[in-house]
Design a protein around this ligand. Sequence first.
Ligand code: AMP
Ligand code: ZN
Ligand code: FE
Ligand code: FE
Length: 289
Amino acid sequence: MAGERRWEGPSDLHLHSLRSDGTEPPAAVMQAAHRYALRTAALTDHDTTSGWAEAADAATSLGMTFLPGMELSAKQEWRSVHMLAYLFDPDDAALRAEMDRIRGDRMGRAERIVNKIARDYDLTWDDVVEQTHGDATVGRPHIADALVARGLARDRAAAFAGILNPRQGYYVPHYAPDPLTAVRLIVGAGGVPIIAHPTPSGRDRMMPPDVLHRLIDAGLAGFELDHRENTEGGKKILRALVQERDLIVTGSSDYHGLGKPNLPGENTTADEMVQRIIDLGTGTSPVYP
Ligand code: AMP
Ligand code: ZN
Ligand code: FE
Ligand code: FE
């Protein structure tokens, strides 16, 4: 009903399940969010919406509001850019085609990485398949899990610091659209695009201001500023841009179950910002308890 608010905070808008590279089923992710006292949570698996139904059921049965989301892979020059998308139509043909293309290419790419590693280490593609549930979006985290299972790394973090570090020479990139295409596809599907961890350190560091302005012109709605991987210097620059262009700011955990130390609710999104996302999104609705 218009004017009547049907949800409440605290809200965490970035969590992963084993439909991509989290380690728990969607329902367990919502249970974790509930244990950490969240009242609204999004599921944002990489390049897939396959966990939405299970997460929505679990969240609402716990009295929480579920916000359908995704983290769409994009690439600007050499930078890997993660575009969070909320409340888009999961059946939009153009967006679906792009998701399928990314997911398909990720599969072949993961196999190419494994083949390179297999020249030097005792690792097979079957090891990785064993770490991947159903038709989950495959990523380096699954290769990391296979390396751990083989005793070649202590945990995911060690695998990423070791054999999976691009400097070791086994890295292979995957196809991803440029961020402008990603924003247009999400907006075209009625969704709300927000750049995840927009200012990390290292090679994926913040995109240049002129690129960001073009994305905002195309409908980019905001930035995930409260995220443990953002640098303080970068956040300061983006806060000024947020003021200048009246953008949405979010905060979230990027929970991956046991795959990362990030815990549900370690960052949250202000109620006012959640409401702006809900008001902007037209592709699908939040699922209320
Ligand atoms: P990919 O998209 O296949 O290249 O893999 C990148 C994913 O790996 C990102 O989405 C991160 O969530 C995850 N990742 C990167 N570094 C680490 C790390 N040190 N520990 C656990 N997961 C990581
Ligand atoms: Zn991930
Ligand atoms: Fe990400
Ligand atoms: Fe993420």
